[in-house]
Design a protein around this ligand. Structure first.
Ligand code: SAM
Length: 268
């Protein structure tokens, strides 16, 4: 019997009805290439392989590797850390991959940003995450949960909350409920633009402040007000009042000094 390790976010999904509902949402078919993050004891892996899809799984816990290898001879299993693996090296060229997994909660945001920085490799992500994180992932501009993570997601994809999953569906029980989210990547993705992301990160780092105050170390307040006026926004606007395009336009209109931003980010 393998003892769950909290630092690896090991809450294994045990409810067969929920597992089968999740597989229904993923809808694996034989032509699919699927990347599973953290297969754990194989609750998702078994039905994914049974569909005939090609499944690549990355598992950090080396105790689980022999069992997974034995149980799933067809699985392409990689022992390692999803955040350190060079995704271009392990995924096949040509076939965009579906990413799935019940994510270790503590590293959900780094995993998502890691995946999104390589968004051209993927068609969708179907992920079980903390319910509160699911709300942030699916938030839209102008709504209370909107933040840097939502911005990252919406730049590249459409995200939907599919259903919530109660704590009792996992063992050991996590402290909070979860949810399944599906994130569908747009085909003509915009480039990952570092300056815009840095700007969003600084603005949402002080989300309750007006932009003329939170951005004042990189853009003088009067200039921010002029930029906002050109976008028909009030000088008192806060980050949640801006759409994704507004941030793009601010970045284009103002020559942001990347180096200065980088230094500032260390203090955000
Ligand atoms: N998929 C299984 C399930 O639903 O029962 C396990 C999910 S459990 C919430 C998270 C899994 O991710 C664990 O198997 C854990 O060992 C693995 N894991 C944790 N951190 C990881 C990382 N950085 N890279 C890859 N796998 C990781």
């Amino acid at each position: 019997m393998i003892k769950a390790v909290r630092s690896l976010g090991q809450n294994f999904l045990i409810d067969p009805l929920i597992i089968s509902a999740i597989i229904g949402v993923i809808n694996p078919v034989p032509d699919d290439t699927i990347l599973e993050i953290g297969p754990g004891l194989g609750a998702w892996t078994a039905p994914l392989l049974a569909s005939g899809a090609d499944v690549i799984a990355i598992e950090k816990d080396r105790r689980l590797i022999p069992m997974l290898q034995k149980q799933f001879p067809k699985l392409h299993l990689i022992e390692g850390d999803i955040l350190e693996i060079l995704l271009d090296d392990i995924l096949p060229d040509g076939n965009k991959c579906k990413v799935v997994g019940n994510l270790p909660y503590k590293i959900t945001t780094p995993i998502l940003t890691h995946l999104l920085s390589k968004n051209h490799l993927f068609s969708s992500f179907t992920l079980m995450v903390q319910k509160e994180v699911a709300q942030r992932i699916t938030a839209t501009p102008g709504t209370p949960h909107m933040g840097t993570l939502s911005y990252f997601i919406h730049r590249f994809a459409e995200a939907k909350m599919i259903f919530t999953i109660p704590k009792r569906a996992s063992s050991p029980e996590p402290k909070v409920d979860s949810a399944l989210v599906q994130i569908k990547l747009r085909q003509n993705n915009r480039q990952y633009h570092k300056d815009v992301f840095n700007l969003v990160k600084i603005a949402y780092g002080q989300r309750r402040k007006m932009l003329r105050s939170s951005l004042k170390r990189i853009i003088p307040p009067q200039q921010i007000e002029n930029l906002l006026a050109r976008l028909s926004l009030p000088g008192t606007a806060r980050p949640q009042d801006l759409s994704l395009e507004h941030f793009d336009l601010i970045c284009q209109q103002r020559e942001l000094q990347s180096q200065k931003l980088e230094n500032l980010l260390e203090n955000v």
